[in-house]
Design a protein around this ligand. Structure first.
Ligand code: PMV
Length: 317
C-alpha cells in the first residue's frame, strides 16, 4: 500500500509576528505544493528521502537527537507507529516545489502532507487530527509556531487565523495575482520570533498599540478581500510593511524590493518571519508578466495565485 498526500505552501497576507502574540492574521495557501509518499517497510527504521538529503533512522532513536531537517518526519512516523502498535518501519519520500527557508510555508506544508500520508497508511484520518499531528511535528523544530501555516496548508484558500480560535475561511469568488520576490537570504524564523519577543518586552506600550493597529488593519483588509478592492488591499499591505519595520523584522534588501515593486503594483510587504525570505506584492492580472520580468532582472521572482485546495490524500494498494 502506498499513501500519497499533497499540501500547499502559504503566504501571510497580514499579521505575521503579531499573530504569535494573539492578534489575528490573514493567511493564503499558494499554488506551490509538497508531495509526500509513504509506505510501510519491513525494517526497524524510518527512512526519509527529501530535497535536503536522505536518512535511515532506527525507530528507537530519541526525537531530539535526530537532525532538524528530518525531525518532523521522524516524529510523525514514530507517533503513528506507536499509536498502531506497528512492529516495523516506514519509508517517506518528499518532493517539493516550494522554496525552502523563504517564508513560503515549506516546512509546515511538509508537516501537513507527512501527517496525512503516514496516518492514512493505517486508517482513514480526518483533517483536524492531521492538523494536530502536523502542528505537533512542526513544534519539534519550531516550538513557538502560531499554527497559522499548518492550518492554511490543511484547509487551502484564504483564512483568518487567531491562536486558540477556530480558523475562518475568507470567502471570495475572485482570483488574486500575487508576485513573490525571493531576497535569497535564508531566514531563521525562531531567531526572528525571539527578537520580536525582546522588542515586545522592551517596548510593551508601543507593541500593544501596534497590535491594536494591526487588528484594525486586518478588519479593513478582510473587507477589501471580500469586495475585491485591490487598491485598498494593496494599501493595507504597504501599511502592514510599516508595522513590520517598526518591530524590526525588515532589512535593507527587503525594503529595497518593497520600494521597487510598490511602484508598479497595488502594494507590497515582506511575508513570513522577515529578516530575509520573500516579499509579496499584489498586482493586476494584466500587469503580472511585466512586473515579473522587471523584478527578475535582479531577484528570483514568480507569480503565485491563491490555491483553493488544501491537503489531499490518495491511497493505492
Ligand atoms: O517565515 P515563516 O514561514 O516561518 O512564517 C513565520 C510566521 C510568524 O508569524 C513569524 C510565526 C508564526 O508561527 O506565525
Amino acid at each position: 500500500m502506498i499513501s500519497k498526500a499533497t499540501a500547499p505552501g502559504k503566504i501571510i497576507l497580514f499579521g505575521e509576528h503579531f499573530v504569535v502574540h494573539g492578534t489575528r492574521a490573514v493567511v493564503g495557501a499558494i499554488n506551490k505544493r509538497v508531495t509526500i509518499t509513504s509506505e510501510k517497510n519491513d525494517t526497524a527504521a524510518i527512512s526519509i528521502s527529501s530535497p535536503l538529503g536522505k536518512a535511515t533512522i532506527p525507530i528507537t532513536e530519541e526525537i531530539d537527537s535526530v537532525e532538524k531537517k528530518f525531525r518532523p518526519f521522524f516524529f510523525i512516523a514514530k507517533e503513528v507507529i506507536s499509536d498502531h502498535n506497528f512492529q516495523n518501519g516506514i519509508t517517506i519520500d518528499i518532493q517539493s516545489d516550494i522554496p525552502i527557508g523563504a517564508g513560503l510555508g515549506s516546512s509546515s506544508a511538509c508537516c501537513v502532507a507527512a501527517a496525512a500520508s503516514v496516518s492514512n497508511l493505517f486508517s482513514k484520518v480526518d483533517a483536524s487530527q492531521i492538523l494536530d499531528l502536523a502542528i505537533d511535528a512542526e513544534r519539534t523544530i519550531f516550538p513557538r509556531t502560531s499554527g497559522a501555516d499548518c492550518t492554511v496548508s490543511t484547509l487551502g484558500g484564504i483564512i483568518e487565523y487567531q491562536k486558540e480560535s477556530d480558523p475562518k475561511a475568507i470567502k471570495t469568488e475572485h482570483d488574486f495575482d500575487f508576485i513573490v520576490v525571493n531576497s535569497q537570504k535564508m531566514h531563521n524564523t525562531d531567531a526572528v520570533v525571539k527578537r520580536v519577543n525582546k522588542f515586545r518586552d522592551d517596548n510593551a506600550d508601543t507593541f500593544s498599540e501596534l497590535c491594536t493597529e494591526e487588528d484594525n488593519l486586518i478588519t479593513k483588509a478582510i473587507d477589501s478581500l471580500q469586495t475585491f478592492d485591490l487598491e485598498t488591499i494593496g494599501k493595507c499591505m504597504s501599511q502592514n510593511q510599516i508595522f513590520l519595520e517598526r518591530i524590526g523584522v525588515s532589512n535593507d534588501v527587503l525594503l529595497d524590493i518593497v520600494k521597487t515593486i510598490e511602484k508598479e503594483t497595488f502594494g507590497a510587504k515582506l511575508t513570513g518571519a522577515g529578516d530575509g525570505g520573500c516579499v509579496i506584492a499584489l498586482t493586476d492580472q494584466s500587469k503580472k508578466d511585466s512586473v515579473v520580468e522587471n523584478m527578475s532582472k535582479e531577484y528570483e521572482t514568480y507569480p503565485v495565485t491563491i490555491e483553493k485546495t488544501g491537503m489531499q490524500v490518495n491511497i493505492t494498494n
